[in-house]
Design a protein around this ligand. Structure first.
Ligand code: FE2
Ligand code: FE2
Length: 247
């Protein structure tokens, strides 16, 4: 592959158009029109917790797939995965600030759109070209550094206090360094047009799935947060078993 541009720039060029579309998605339009309340933010964060707590482990799965010269990135890659451990606790802090009983959050079941965002990366790593997974985390790292500040302004406009946005705020800063890591991974791992196509595909699908999750979380709140016919008391007793199997 001969090009003047870095691999990071090549992927970003393809991703930005998908991301621009995503920012016009149904949920984002509702946010821009102030048709949402802090309850929608709470519902989204409750569900997002279930996705974010899988990120570090998923990245460790990807490490297993690195072969030959790809192992040059292993130290950085695993260091990055370790740095993601516990980021879900920022979500719990934000939810506490919003007055939520976070113990209930830990035992809830994910809506299908959350499972899509957990199973897609897992499937990409194990059943597809693992570089598709790299596209998925490219999206997760680029989104907060590109638009985290704008999202916080929109959330403030619907009544969410800044003190309850530490997860987004931290990531709009921390992920600047993670973008640099992504650039390093891409230089080593993308060696052909096919490799590049795999990363771009993962970044675009990951973007679609993430914003579909936002739409569906807001719908879930509108529907009164249905919990699969189980009461919270029943969920506390049973979901750990369901979730262990599911995840
Ligand atoms: Fe993170
Ligand atoms: Fe990150």
């Amino acid at each position: 592959m001969k090009t003047e541009k870095s691999k990071f720039e090549l992927v970003k060029e393809e991703w930005v158009s998908e991301f621009a579309l995503a920012n016009q998605s149904r949920g984002m339009q509702r946010l821009a029109r102030k048709e949402l309340t802090p309850e929608h933010y709470i519902g989204f964060m409750e569900q997002l917790y279930l996705q974010v707590r899988e990120n570090a482990s998923l990245q460790a799965h990807m490490a297993l797939k690195l072969r030959g010269d790809q192992r040059k990135i292993l130290k950085k890659f695993l260091g990055h995965a370790i740095s993601e451990v516990g980021h879900e606790d920022l979500i719990l802090d934000d939810l506490r600030t919003m007055g939520v009983d976070v113990e209930r959050v830990k035992t809830q079941l994910p809506i299908p759109a959350v499972l899509n965002n957990v199973t897609f990366p897992f499937y990409a790593i194990h059943q597809m070209n693992p570089l598709v997974y790299l596209g998925h985390i490219f999206q997760l790292e680029l989104m907060p550094t590109t638009s985290g500040g704008a999202y916080m302004n929109l959330l403030e406009s619907i009544g969410v206090p800044r003190a309850a946005m530490t997860f987004i705020d931290e990531h709009s800063i921390v992920d600047i360094a993670h973008n640099k890591l992504m650039a390093d991974y891409l230089e080593v791992l993308v060696q052909s047009q096919e490799d590049l196509d795999a990363v771009v595909y993962g970044a675009k699908v990951g973007t679609k799935l993430y914003f579909k999750m936002i739409d569906d979380c807001f719908d879930w709140v509108d529907a009164g947060k249905p919990s699969w016919g189980l009461s919270h008391e029943e969920l506390a007793k049973t979901t750990s078993k369901i979730w262990e199997v599911a995840a």
